[in-house]
Design a protein around this ligand. Structure first.
Ligand code: SF4
Ligand code: SF4
Length: 412
């Protein structure tokens, strides 16, 4: 699978900002410069006389993996992998390995098994996790819902009480959070104080989940499964220990999960559809759209609309904020309140423009959603390396499939 070395020892107790999560193989690099074009931070640059690139600064790199996803010669690979450690834990009879897959993973995984781009394989994914030996199949869609309630409530408090500055930025994308911390530290108070969905699920698994399942938290080994490379950085952040131990013991991405399924000899296509385990497995349609740009905004706005106006939304679709590239803005009229002004951004160069406006005191918005990867997590740096996915028609077809599942799942 893509020449990635998944035998690298998992990092323990290190400062993640000193690690290279991706790096260039100088011998494979053809000096084309594509990676530099797609890098939002300038962290990848010419390092050799013949023009070969390399990641020069792990502190500036936000670990988005867009250089890796866009290198036409497969010269960039991941440098941090937990796959070997997870296989060891799966064999250990004293450890219960807990799965925590993100919403977008189930739209990318099927492609690794020959299915069309964007095929929904959530049920097969749960079945595959059980066949691999995961003792608890919990799901990050559950805390995508929790995040929406928390971020929506925080936005309402900012709007009504004025205790924290507006606009509120979303805080679920780890590449964006590192970018903001590094390049706009003066705007920290604008970032939502909520953890990301996986930042919530790790500690909830080891506290509430432990209580509900009767399994002691010290026996649990939690595995975050993401469409992303930057989530490996997030899992290693020193503050991710709200449960009293490491909240997230390991992080892998869609490509690595597919590789594990293949290594285990599981026939993915013939697996049945299975549900996640109770307690931390349920979710709504709002969690489904978390994986596309505009999804977090749309879900949080529904909550804000209903609380501020006192009215129930006749139609839960707020399509005006669904965005697929660049910056999209919208004015949402809310009865009994006025107008809520929002912006949805994907790509950090676009985010920087809005940050500059906030810094200058000229931002008109209440709420800004930022996703590092173009189009959101479905195009994350940890998804299958399918050059065709970068084509607009296939990307839009994946978004359409996510929206269709949302429509099938919505209540009332
Ligand atoms: S995109 Fe790949 S081949 Fe081109 S310069 Fe970057 S690392 Fe080298
Ligand atoms: S991972 Fe992202 S930020 Fe880091 S070098 Fe690659 S493109 Fe740039």
């Amino acid at each position: 699978m893509e020449g990635v070395n998944y035998k690298i020892a998992a990092p323990q107790g290190v400062d993640p900002s000193t690690l290279f999560f991706v790096q260039v193989d100088k011998d494979k690099c053809q000096a084309c410069g594509e990676c530099e074009t797609h890098c939002p931070t300038g962290a990848i640059q010419e390092m050799h006389p013949d023009g070969e690139r390399g990641v020069v600064d792990p502190a500036a790199c936000v670990n988005c993996g867009q250089c890796l996803a866009n290198c036409p010669f497969g010269a960039i690979s991941e440098q941090v992998s937990y796959v070997g450690e997870i296989f060891e834990k799966l064999k250990d009879p004293d450890t219960i390995v807990v799965s925590m897959p993100a919403p977008a993973v189930r739209y990318g995984l099927g492609e690794c098994f020959g299915m069309p781009t964007g095929t929904y394989v959530g049920g097969k994914m749960h079945a595959a996790l059980r066949r691999l030996g995961f003792g608890l199949v919990w799901d990050n869609e559950w805390t995508a819902d929790v995040t929406i309630m928390e971020e929506g409530t925080e936005l309402l408090e900012r709007v009504k009480k004025g205790d924290k500055p507006l606009p509120q930025f979303t805080s679920c994308c780890p590449g964006w959070v590192k970018f903001a911390e590094t390049f706009y530290p003066d705007l920290n108070a604008h970032l939502s104080t909520c953890r990301s969905p996986i930042g919530m699920l790790g500690p909830l698994a080891k506290t509430y989940g432990s209580e509900q399942s009767g399994i002691k938290s010290k026996k649990m080994y939690t595995v975050s499964i993401m469409p992303c490379v930057a989530k490996k950085f997030e899992g290693l952040r020193p503050e991710m220990n709200a449960s009293g131990s490491r909240d997230i013991d390991a992080t892998i991405n869609t490509r690595e999960l597919a590789w594990m399924i293949k290594q285990a000899g599981i026939d993915f296509a013939s697996l049945p559809e299975e549900q996640p385990d109770p307690a931390l497995g349920m979710s709504t349609g709002a969690a489904t759209i978390f994986g596309t740009s505009g999804g977090v905004m749309e879900a949080a706005l529904r909550l804000a609309y209903e609380v501020l106006s006192g009215n129930t939304l006749a139609n839960p679709d707020i399509k005006v904020v669904r965005a697929h590239e660049g910056i999209k803005t919208a004015d949402i009229p809310v009865p009994n309140f006025g107008t809520v002004k929002v912006a949805v951004v994907s790509g950090l160069q676009n985010a920087a423009k809005l940050c500059d406006e906030v810094r200058a005191g000229k931002s008109p918005y209440h709420f800004i959603e930022v996703m590092t990867c173009p189009g959101g997590c479905v195009n994350g740096g940890g998804q299958p390396l399918e050059p065709e996915m970068l084509q607009s028609s296939l990307f839009h077809s994946t978004v359409a499939k996510i929206n269709r599942r949302f429509n099938q799942r919505r209540v009332g």
